[in-house]
Ligand binder design. Structure first.
Ligand SMILES: [Cu+2]
Length: 126
């Protein structure tokens, strides 16, 4: 019964292909939304940096770095705002006009690490 064997092997291959990469990929924390928005330009300096992830993240192990026109800007450790476990919030000092780059490294509650970066630009008020 060659056809049954072929079908069984095809089903097994499909099952393995579907199953293997999924469990770890699902639980990684990806950046869903940021404030200031990724690539945005604004005239008023933001007072907070907010990062929203696809999964719950552990703020103790997350790192967020901000560099601006004068180099790295010292930030306090990220916190969950109002207890939302998918968000990280950082207070920002007064920012001067220029281009800013955010580097984030997030550890989700399942201990998987993701990282990325994005920029935003602050211009002079008109
Ligand atoms: Cu994960």
């Amino acid at each position: 019964m060659k056809t049954w064997r072929a079908r069984w092997l095809a089903a097994l291959a499909l099952w393995l292909a579907l199953l293997a990469p999924v469990p770890s990929a699902y639980a990684h924390a990806f950046l869903m939304h940021a404030q200031p928005a990724v690539g945005s330009t604004m005239t008023h300096p933001p007072s907070v940096l907010l990062l929203r992830f696809s999964e719950e993240v552990e703020p103790t192990f997350c790192r967020v770095e901000l560099t601006g026109p004068d180099g790295e800007i010292k930030l306090d450790a990220p916190q969950h705002p109002a207890g939302d476990p998918k968000d990280l919030q950082l207070a920002l000092p007064p920012l001067q006009p220029g281009h800013y780059q955010v580097h984030w490294r997030a550890v989700s509650v399942d201990t998987h690490v993701t990282q990325g970066s994005f920029g935003f630009t602050l211009t002079h008020p008109l």
